[in-house]
Design a protein around this ligand. Structure first.
Ligand code: 5CA
Length: 437
């Protein structure tokens, strides 16, 4: 992308309405703009990040055999009357009437709709277990939307649903999903910790929140340093093996981890001092096992091997995809701006032409830009070098290739790594190899 032709409105001033650093940086870097309270438009660079996060979440859902589908944002009220949640959900639900005076709602979550889709076509135990997911916009009319995309009213969620024939199967689905979550967060460069949680309006009696550490998080959290050492991508956990899932779940639940609401000071104090960790946390995911709550209320049953029938056991599993954009920034920034993890950066590199109009600079930049393709944001604007440096740091590309007239003539560029600030002068070929390698 050429910056001179991009909708990438960076701001020098700190927007007064933004209270936390990720919100400030998302506005300053031109990633989002608010269109109504708690509702945001994703501008091109922000949308690329959202898309990259969704891709990683999708890959890790696919890897455990969950099937992707897409349910609508607008749902009929009747389905929610069946489960009893139409009244129960309260003012957070946005209720709508169409021209025929039929009651609709903008979905805050999809347990009812997915139960309805399964009961229409799944009849036998032979068709289970199954897990499905979608990545879709939700609406919750939050009393106090705040912190930008962290607590929005319209937000993007990955929500998955599992259907099993019995509780033993449902427990495996729950654990498998937890493993997929830990792998997703690790790939996003985040250290997430599962913590036992309340189930709220979703219901059920087993649930975990996934908390990532960030100084501006909403809750105080306490945990065992053991969580810092586990590598979920390795670890030898096979998501198809019940034994591996039991070992993984044991690892997740046998070390101390709690938010302040559930904190047990005595249990925490029993840890060796060097293993005690304490900080602020943001909830980026939440998983629930609620048994037959919806299948029973909505009259969904399947036949079993012995000819009787049962209500399938269900769970639901959410990741706040749009919230993650803010959460990653909370966890990874400095005074100059965002520091994107390589896996989700909108662009791998900024290509800074320090002297547009200079034949050597233009020539070298054009050839580098052609080689980098979509991986680069080419700053070809007629701006001072200082403005370009500041914007590149603000936008947080993992790499910056800096092309000035002296270097261009000598066949050299400067390569800066945003995270460490390390700079080196090298040939254009060597710089490309580092960025694309
Ligand atoms: N049906 C279940 C699981 S699919 C559910 O809705 N769970 S939830 O309410 O906990 O939401 C899942 C995730 O969505 C949360 O962990 C959080 O990361 C994100 N989320 C929830 N509310 C908001 C909001 N107002 N703004 C941004 N993200 C949100």
């Amino acid at each position: 992308m050429r910056l001179s032709r991009s909708l990438l409105p960076t701001l020098k001033e700190t927007p007064a309405e933004a209270q936390i650093v990720s919100h400030r940086l998302m506005l300053r870097a031109g990633l989002v703009r608010q269109t109504a309270s708690g509702i945001y438009a994703w501008l091109p660079a922000g949308y690329r990040v959202l898309h990259n996060i969704a891709r990683i979440v999708r890959e890790e859902q696919d890897a455990i055999g969950a099937q992707e589908l897409l349910m609508p944002t607008i749902q009929p009220a009747e389905l929610w009357r069946e489960s009893g949640r139409y009244e129960g959900y309260g003012k957070e639900m946005l209720r709508i009437r169409d021209r025929h005076d039929r009651e609709l709602l903008y979905g805050p979550t999809n347990e009812e709709m997915i139960t309805d889709l399964f009961r229409q076509s799944v009849r036998s135990y032979r068709e289970l277990p199954q897990s499905v997911y979608h990545i879709q916009w939700k609406f919750r009319d939050e009393v106090r939307p705040r912190f930008g995309v962290m607590r929005g009213r319209e937000f993007l969620m990955k929500d998955a649903y599992s259907f099993d024939i019995d509780q033993a199967g449902a427990v495996l689905s729950y654990r498998r999903m937890m493993l997929s979550y830990m792998r997703s967060f690790q790939r996003l460069g985040l250290q997430a910790i599962p913590m036992a949680a309340d189930t709220g309006p979703i219901g059920g009696d087993l649930s975990h929140e996934f908390i990532i550490l960030a100084p501006t998080g909403e809750s105080q959290v306490f945990f065992d340093a053991a969580f810092e050492e586990i590598d979920y991508s390795q670890g030898g956990f096979d998501a198809r093996s019940p034994e591996d899932l039991a070992r993984f779940y044991g690892l997740m639940t046998s070390h101390y981890a709690a938010t302040d609401e559930k904190h047990d000071a005595a249990a925490f104090a029993a840890l060796a001092p060097e293993r005690r960790r304490e900080g602020r946390g943001i909830e980026v995911g939440h998983i629930f096992y609620f048994g037959t709550k919806y299948s029973r209320a909505m009259n969904f049953s399947v036949t079993t091997a012995d000819g009787s029938s049962v209500h399938p056991e269900m769970g639901s599993y959410g990741i706040g995809v749009s919230r993650l954009v803010g959460a990653v920034i909370e966890a990874s920034h400095d005074e100059a701006g965002i520091i994107w993890p390589d896996a989700i950066a909108p662009f791998r590199a900024a290509l800074l032409n320090l002297k547009p109009g200079d034949a050597a600079c233009d020539g070298l930049c054009e050839s580098l830009y052609a080689r980098l393709g979509g991986a680069a944001l080419y700053d070809d604007r007629e701006e001072r070098a200082g403005v370009k440096f500041n914007d590149a740091d603000l936008l947080g590309h993992p790499w910056q290739i800096i092309v000035g007239p002296r270097g261009a003539t000598a066949g050299k560029v400067e390569l800066k790594r945003r995270a460490s600030g390390a700079r080196e002068e090298l040939s254009p070929e060597a710089a490309l190899a580092k960025i694309l390698g």
